[in-house]
Design a protein around this ligand. Structure first.
Ligand code: SF4
Length: 375
């Protein structure tokens, strides 16, 4: 598989209710869905031939499973008309467990969606309550079982840890529930509380503490240990796959600087040395497209030094790490020679390893990946 093919991300900016920890852009009124879908199709037209061929489509948000099967099918018909989609694409949809009826899931399979991510977040009712999720554990269990019955053979669960009040035991209990379903993919995100979110405001007002660094480290290491024992590869800081073939082809593009096109409000794109992002507000997005303009809020051109730093940060978040010769060719920088002293020290301390031309984090290194990139 050529990982350098571009990927397509589509942001569906609607949710039935807003989770109090969430910083993604979404609206709780769905009245503008038809206008949005119309604009989305026009935005695709504006990028026709700029990102071909595409090998992954990721429908995220927001809550894409709020759309009707017909609306989702129309989106994919537009994608196929306006882009050159390879014959074996990975097409993923993010979903809320509360939305997944058997008929909806069967129709998703019929329109060509072959990968489903279910936002389960936790199998602990108290945690779900704290996170303000609109689904129950019962719905999560039923969503996974029904997805299997509908024919999804590439199924991912999204989970959150490090929630105030949660201990490692109760988190491991959630993981135990998760592996019972043998999902092909599991993402475990550490809860982060952005300042402007309702939970971020409460935290800053001192209403509850969040786990400190040591406890976060314990969460991370226990997660990795547990899931690796259960047969999963811990291939990126937050991501686990039941075999190499089940790693996310789409997310890999973000980690290795492959091109990607993001459509919809707030979506980001990357190509060559340019990154740009769309207006966050749906109104601004719609107005730009109505006026015949790309809904881009800002574009930045990255210098070679910036690209190199990003590649280092992203590469060190993956188990595969950085292929040093590729890094040298692409970013004109001999990492091994230039940083020999610090790399040797980090290797001696057990944070990284250098083998067969690859520089990669050890398990301990993966836990502090963001600091490693400061070398
Ligand atoms: S459903 Fe997802 S995107 Fe929507 S508010 Fe909750 S976390 Fe955010």
């Amino acid at each position: 598989m050529n990982e350098k093919f571009p990927g397509l991300y589509i942001h569906i900016p609607f949710c039935l209710s807003k989770c109090p920890y969430c910083d993604f852009y979404s609206l709780t009124s769905v009245s503008a869905v038809p206008d949005f879908l119309d604009a989305l199709s026009k935005e695709m037209e504006m990028y026709r031939n700029r990102f071909n061929p595409i090998d992954t489509v990721y429908i995220g948000g927001g809550t894409p499973s709020l759309l009707s099967p017909q609306q989702l099918e129309d989106i994919l018909i537009s994608v196929k008309k306006k882009f050159d989609l390879i014959s074996t694409p990975e097409i993923t949809i993010e979903t809320n467990p509360a939305d997944l009826s058997r008929s909806f899931l069967e129709l998703m399979r019929e329109i060509g969606i072959n990968r489903i991510n279910i936002g389960v977040q936790s199998f602990d009712e108290k945690v779900l309550d704290f996170l303000g999720r609109r689904h129950s554990i019962k719905q999560a269990i039923s969503a996974v079982a029904t997805s299997r019955k509908a024919g999804f053979r590439n199924l991912g669960l999204d989970l959150i840890y490090g929630v105030p009040g949660q201990d490692v035991e109760s988190w491991l209990n959630t993981l135990k529930h998760a592996v019972v379903f043998s999902p092909e993919h599991i993402s475990c995100y550490q809860l982060t509380l952005e300042a402007k979110t309702p939970l971020g405001i409460k935290y800053r007002a001192g209403e509850f503490p969040i786990p400190g660094e040591e406890l976060q480290y314990e969460f991370f290491m226990k997660t990795s240990e547990f899931l690796e024992d259960a047969g999963y590869i811990h291939y990126e800081v937050s991501n686990f796959a039941r075999g190499k073939e089940h790693t996310s082809r789409h997310n890999q593009k973000y980690w290795d600087h492959s091109p990607y096109l993001g459509l919809g409000p707030s979506a980001h794109s990357f190509q060559c040395n340019q990154r740009w992002w769309n207006h966050r507000s749906l109104n601004q997005y719609l107005a730009a497209i109505k006026g015949g303009n790309l809904p881009v809020e800002e574009t930045e051109t990255l210098t070679m030094a910036q690209l190199r730093l990003e590649a280092l940060c992203l590469g060190l978040r993956t188990k595969k790490g950085i292929f040093l010769q590729d890094f040298k060719n692409r970013y004109h920088y001999d990492l091994f020679t230039e940083k020999k002293k610090i790399l040797t020290k980090l290797e001696e301390e057990g944070f990284i390893s250098i083998q067969d031309g690859y520089l990669f984090p050890t398990q301990t290194g993966l836990a502090i990946a963001d600091s490693l990139s400061l070398i």
